[in-house]
Design a protein around this ligand. Sequence first.
Ligand SMILES: O=C(O)C(=O)C[C@]1(C(=O)O)C=C[C@@H](O)C=C1
Length: 279
Amino acid sequence: MPVKTIAFQGEHGAFSESAALEYFGSHIQTLPCDTFEAVFEAVEQGKAEWGIIPIENSLAGSVHQNYDLLLSHALHIAGEYYLRIRHCLIGWPGAKIENLQKVISHPQALAQCRETLQRMGISRTEPVYDTAGAVRLLREHPDPTVAAIASRRAAEVYQMSILAEGIEDHAANFTRFLILSREAVAPPPSQSKTSIVFTLNNRPGALFRALSVFALREIDLAKIESRPLVGKPGEYLFYVDFFGSLADQVVHRALENLKEFAPMLRILGCYPFHPLPSS
Ligand SMILES: O=C(O)C(=O)C[C@]1(C(=O)O)C=C[C@@H](O)C=C1
């Protein structure tokens, strides 16, 4: 059986790569990409069968750029995966936490460890495009006063020392990843989630009315996110995830109802739901 290629943003050792390996299994080939946009393009152009992107974190919140990319590209959400994010403070062998002057990492990782860094007396941080890339940079520029935040795997890949482990501000630190594909997966009959995006005409109660199409049918919402509608200041796109499958009559009826007054409605994907693991 040919090996499947999964595109992810970052370098070998990134959390996105760990999520891909856990979701698909270790027999896959991973394709590092510089940007999230490049992940979407790799899947569109057939360089990878699937893509994997972070969409939200339980401490630092949503990855807004990926909501925007879901809209500007025609890929489908084919799955989701929650990864427990355990951050390490990684430095040069012999480096000491008390001598650190700067910590570099992906902005999401810095945000997830902000309070711990403060407690350690480290106030200077610098964003880098991914966590594993921060460790590689550290390796290329030997300096015992600089450390990176990344996974244990990244420390192993670049053979650097772990100065502290589990430095996230809260142990319940999970990032939800989405799996992207060119083709929509067949709606799973049960235990599914569906993701949609829609616009509304701004009038009193518009969002209340939109959400009532789900509430009246007892469809359980999982997440709502709003993003600016580019070109129409003051207007928004609403991204909603709910429990249920496109194969369910009740979901079908809710979406037909929403279409009656939503100027735009797009289904981003219907996929097997992945439970949040316990921390
Ligand atoms: O930099 C990485 O290792 C990534 O995979 C990116 C990313 C993110 O963008 O949220 C993924 C998981 C963690 O939340 C921190 C960083």
